[in-house]
Design a protein around this ligand. Structure first.
Ligand code: ATP
Length: 605
């Protein structure tokens, strides 16, 4: 049977520049239109003052230098001073409002990225390296900020300045103005080609930076393994290769960007030579006043700098769009596991659970379903307060089964019911509020012990947290930590032992006080003493709630109300511990094998 893809893939999603550009304008710039208008008015102030300064060259040369008219000295000085004040204020205002807009743009996009990623399905994270996602959220967004700040702020100001100065030039001498701009259109073709080259180099560089972030994340997370296996040199080479690729692509983009300057320099030089020849000969022949000529050439020189900057705007926009299309691809990611339109809010449940003919298979990287099912035709019912255990060889589907209950994945066939409600008919948040999860790989945040336990119930009082820690047999060791409940546990709880980490996660689950408990191999990695403490904590945790337990140590689940034996995704045996032993099937085989292993270990000691 073939299924449609069930997750979006970042690598296959391509958005057109036009889509990205209009989305940026509509969703992120339009809400700040008042600030954009104010910035534009400030640009007009700046450019108007600049043009007035160029125009003032005419009376300075004609009245002060040639006619030596002393009465004009004060008036012209006051005008120059006033023009500089207005120009300064315009520049400040334009910078203020445009940065306000571009920084808000970046902040809002970043917030949207966090929101999108937090809502995205688990399967999306399993198919995209964390480093790539981090790189898009940080590197690409910061590249967008740099490019768009320049494009919005710089380009706007430069365009208005050039327009004002060109108007003055045409006013002074339209023939000379036409001649001086004759050469500039020839710059368009090379500048557009350079922009395309830059775009490609930037996209490649950003992809390499993603790969580097991804590799660094993995290497730092696995640093213990890297050291233990002496793989420092191997990792250094892998990182070095990516760094060289980044150098190659960034250098290519720098070259492309730098090339636009000499093009404009040469054209600027040609324009000035023409103006000096033609205008100079007119002044010599007496057809034009020296003041009008100087005013013209001042406007041309003043227009030249912003014109040169404008030639880089295309490069900046190309860089920004390359980064933006990677960022917007991320924003396109929509979760598939969502609330139905008319989903009901599930109150606190009693704790009955039913699997009705449930089948499930994982996805391939291209989003299609795998041929072999991880779970096939699973059927069982658990009554409130019962403890059910799942055992079976590695890869038989035990963890997968637990993961279907909080809807980390949706079933392909059949249905799962809690208190008679189909999981798909209730809201995700109300369903997950009824579930506490304890896994073998304990997840702890780099925060205090207190905050890590409180994660189970936001806003829990200190007394509630201590109570949970006591029931989880964690209070005593917490009190021995240097700062008690305020001790920082380090990334993934690195400063605690395996057993301590697990007891913290049990305290968290106890605090949650959910009617449905999912326990995934919580004691399999511990020594005997830690296991006893954790087991005590677990017994407290399992009291008065429906518990589904996956355990490798069969000794820990002997008291379970019912044990299911899974093999290749199917339930092949079920019964109590003694009934299953008597049946002499797979369970009895697994149990005797483990018993024998434990005896051998004991004898060795
Ligand atoms: P173990 O006791 O070793 O933890 P298990 O019984 O819990 O194993 P599962 O983790 O449920 O087994 O895995 C069942 C099957 O699904 C295995 O063949 C496994 O390779 C596959 N599988 C598990 N997780 C994923 C995943 N995220 N993507 C694709 N396949 C997966």
């Amino acid at each position: 049977m073939s299924f449609p893809p069930l997750f979006h893939s970042l690598s296959t999603l391509k958005l057109s520049d036009k889509t990205v550009f209009f989305r940026i304008l509509k969703e992120y710039v339009w809400p700040y239109r008042c600030q954009v208008i104010l910035a534009f008015l400030c640009m007009l102030m700046f450019s108007g003052a600049l043009t007035i300064l160029a125009k003032l060259m005419e009376p300075i040369i004609n009245d002060i230098f040639i006619q030596k008219d002393e009465t004009k000295l004060i008036g012209i000085s006051v005008l120059i001073f006033g023009a500089f004040i207005v120009k300064g204020l315009g520049l400040y205002g334009e910078n203020y409002f445009m940065n306000y807009v571009s920084l808000h743009l970046v902040m809002n996009i970043q917030k949207k990225i966090y929101d999108t990623l937090l809502k995205t399905d688990l399967v999306f994270f399993q198919n995209h390296p964390t480093g790539d996602l981090i790189s898009r959220a940080i590197n690409d967004v910061s590249m967008m900020r740099n490019s768009f700040t320049f494009a919005l702020s710089g380009a706007g100001k430069h365009v208005v300045s050039v327009v004002c100065l060109v108007i003055l030039m045409f006013y002074q001498d339209w023939v000379l103005a036409c001649i001086s701009f004759f050469a500039f259109p020839s710059a368009f073709y090379p500048i557009i080609r350079l922009g395309k080259r830059l775009r490609k180099a930037t996209t490649n560089a950003q992809q390499d930076i993603s790969a580097l972030t991804s590799l660094l994340t993995q290497v730092f997370q696995g640093i213990r393994l890297v050291k233990a296996y002496g793989m420092e040199c191997y990792e250094k080479n892998r990182l070095g290769t990516i760094s060289e690729e980044i150098f190659k692509h960034v250098f290519k983009s720098v070259q492309s960007r730098a090339l636009s300057s000499p093009i404009m320099e040469t054209l600027g030089g040609i324009a000035i030579i023409i103006v000096v020849f033609y205008g100079g000969s007119q002044v010599i022949a007496g057809g034009k006043s020296p003041g009008a000529f100087f005013s013209f050439i001042t406007a041309l020189l003043l227009a030249y700098e912003p014109l040169k900057k404008l030639s880089q705007v295309n490069s900046n926009i190309q860089e920004g769009l390359a980064a933006a299309s990677r960022v917007f691809a991320l924003l396109e990611m929509k979760p598939f596991i969502v609330d139905k339109k008319d989903a009901q809010v599930l109150g606190k449940i009693k704790g009955s659970l039913t699997f009705e003919n449930v089948s499930f298979s994982y996805l391939n990287r291209d989003g299609t379903r795998r041929e072999t099912e991880a779970l096939s035709n699973i059927d069982f019912t658990v009554s409130p307060g019962e403890t059910i255990a799942f055992v079976g060889p590695s890869g038989s589907g035990k963890s997968t089964l637990l993961n279907l209950i909080p809807r980390f994945y949706d079933v392909d066939n059949g249905r799962i019911l809690v208190d008679g409600f189909d999981l798909k008919d209730v809201t995700l948040s109300s369903l997950r509020k009824n579930i506490a999860l304890v896994t073998q790989e304990v997840t702890l945040f780099d925060d205090t012990v207190l905050a890590n336990i409180e994660y189970g119930k936001e806003g829990a009082s200190f007394e509630e947290i201590v109570e949970a820690a006591k029931s989880a047999a964690a209070h005593d060791f917490i009190m021995e930590l240097p700062e008690g409940y305020q001790t920082l546990v380090g990334e993934q709880g690195i400063k605690l032992s395996g057993g301590q980490r697990q007891r913290l996660s049990i305290a968290r689950a106890l605090l949650r006080n959910a009617p449905l408990l999912l326990l995934d191999e919580a004691t399999s990695a511990l020594d005997n003493q830690s296991e006893r403490q954790v087991q005590k904590a677990l017994n407290n945790l399992m009291k008065n709630r429906t518990s589904l337990v996956v355990a490798h140590r069969l000794s820990t689940i002997q008291k379970a109300d019912l044990i299911f034996v899974l093999h290749q995704g199917k339930i092949i045996e079920k019964g109590t511990h003694s009934a299953l032993l008597a049946a002499k099937g797979l369970y009895a085989e697994l149990y005797h094998m483990q018993f024998l292993e434990e005896e051998i270990l004991k004898n060795k000691k």
